[in-house]
Design a protein around this ligand. Structure first.
Ligand code: ZN
Length: 249
């Protein structure tokens, strides 16, 4: 969902499939099912799926995709702040995201010796108009719609989405970021800090966007943990709401 990533994401299909959500035990297991097919993830009954709105643009659970625009379409998030981390584009994020990012980056450093940098955070409706129009002008609308959200349909407009890079810049905003130490660490650990790898390689038809191993969506620790423990990797599947690769109408 970033115009400069356009050329890079074209190569997404050339990258080997990356396994996700397999680092934890299956929700249900017994000796007799050890050789059975992968169980269907079952949401935890005790988890309150209605704790936050998925429609309110100010909710940390808001679900935005090609089928679900922000309402109002030019919504501006509350409590935008500058996060205390290296920030290439200088874009703010919501306060809760800022706190979580600081903890995430500190853990990457202390646990794995990895230096991360924030590439992008909040983008306004007007900025998204520019980003999208530039992508359409450069690549045509059909292609632009695969990697840049139309205004009102971008998670970056919520102030809850971040694009993260290695401080080295290696594979920045490129599918190969998923194969770097930084990309692997984030994929395995971001949930602990309330972040979801929002556009998995095997869920393009669900999310509507190409694989973006650098794009993380803050949903808070309880929901991120629930998703991690159940093995459900998209908000669309967890909440049972439409997504997909086409815009309505
Ligand atoms: Zn992004």
């Amino acid at each position: 969902m970033w115009a400069i990533a356009a050329a890079a994401t074209r190569n997404a299909d050339a990258v080997e499939a990356r396994s996700t959500g397999t680092a934890h035990p299956a929700p249900v297991s017994s000796p007799s099912t050890a050789l059975a097919a992968t169980p269907t993830p079952v949401p935890t009954p005790s988890f309150d799926r209605g704790a936050y709105s998925i429609d309110d643009p100010a909710s940390i659970w808001v679900v935005v995709n090609k089928s679900r625009a922000l309402n109002p379409v030019d919504a501006v998030p509350p409590d935008l702040v500058q996060p205390p981390v290296p920030n290439i584009n200088g874009q703010p994020v919501r306060k809760a995201v800022s706190d979580a990012l600081a903890a995430l980056f500190a853990a990457a450093k202390s646990e794995a010796g990895l230096d991360l940098t924030l590439q992008s955070g909040y983008r306004s409706y007007d900025t998204q108009v520019s980003v999208y129009d530039e992508d359409v002008a450069a690549n045509g609308q059909v292609y632009a719609d695969t990697d840049t959200a139309r205004p009102g349909h971008s998670e970056h407009q919520t102030g809850l989405a971040v694009d993260i890079s290695a401080a080295s810049g290696r594979c920045s905003l490129d599918a190969c970021f998923g194969q770097t130490d930084e990309g692997r660490w984030l994929a395995a650990n971001a949930w602990r800090f309330g972040f979801l790898l929002r556009y998995p390689q095997d869920k393009v038809a669900v999310t509507g966007f190409t694989y973006e191993p650098w794009h993380f969506r803050y949903v808070g620790v309880p929901l991120a943990t629930e998703l991690h423990e159940t093995g459900v990797t998209t908000l669309e599947e967890y909440f049972g709401v439409p997504g997909g690769e086409s815009y309505p109408g």
